[in-house]
Design a protein around this ligand. Structure first.
Ligand code: 5GP
Ligand code: MG
Length: 177
């Protein structure tokens, strides 16, 4: 692994802005008047969530959850656990999970099971990006920003070994897959 990987822009900040606006319109149409609980999956979703919710002009609540990730390893162990729990109650709430990327689908499937057991009134997923070529378990993404190729992406909250989260565009790492 080189110390300074080459980055190529996949989606510009302007394209992201358009996509987030479109998602906000869809979510507004479905959740207006419902007082939903939006659960951001840390850390990768923080920037997306911040941009998304400032475009939602109805009452909502925000909470965060953090699940164990596989760091720099490319293969998930498949064993996922909650490492930072929610503070909010989920029972009876309209819950929308906000995530950065659905890759193998293991994290999303885990969260849907974990949160579903807490008996929300409804439970849906909003993902900034989807990498369907890597899917190991089927998951439904209710609101999707972009479909991405089988490349490792960084920027706009997504990291490589904690780096590049601050890039305003979504980039892919050359030579990575
Ligand atoms: P899963 O494989 O469980 O669907 O994805 C779990 C997590 O792996 C994602 O939420 C994200 O944090 C990380 N991940 C998967 N693909 C990528 C990628 O291309 N770039 C980055 N930065 N993280 C990824
Ligand atoms: Mg994530």
């Amino acid at each position: 692994m080189s110390s300074q990987p080459k980055l190529t822009i996949l989606f510009t900040r302007q394209e992201i802005d358009v996509a987030v606006g479109k998602l906000a319109s869809e979510i507004s149409a479905d959740y207006h008047g419902k007082h939903p609980l939006l659960i951001g999956v840390l850390k990768g979703s923080f920037m997306f969530m911040a941009d998304l919710i400032r475009r939602l002009d109805f009452p909502l609540e925000v909470d965060f959850i953090r699940v164990s990730s596989y760091g720099r390893a490319r293969q998930s162990s498949g064993k996922i656990k909650v490492v930072q729990a929610l503070r909010s109650g989920v029972r009876g709430r309209d819950v929308l999970v906000i995530d950065d990327i659905v890759d193998t689908g293991l994290t999303t499937a885990f969260l849907l099971d974990y949160l579903g057991k807490k008996r929300p009134a409804s439970l849906k997923v909003c993902a900034l990006t989807d990498k369907p070529s890597r899917r190991r378990v089927p998951v439904t993404i209710d609101y999707l920003g972009f479909t991405v190729p089988d490349k490792f992406i960084v920027g706009y909250g997504l990291d490589w070994d904690e780096k590049f989260r601050n890039l305003p565009d979504i980039c892919f790492m050359e030579g990575e897959d």
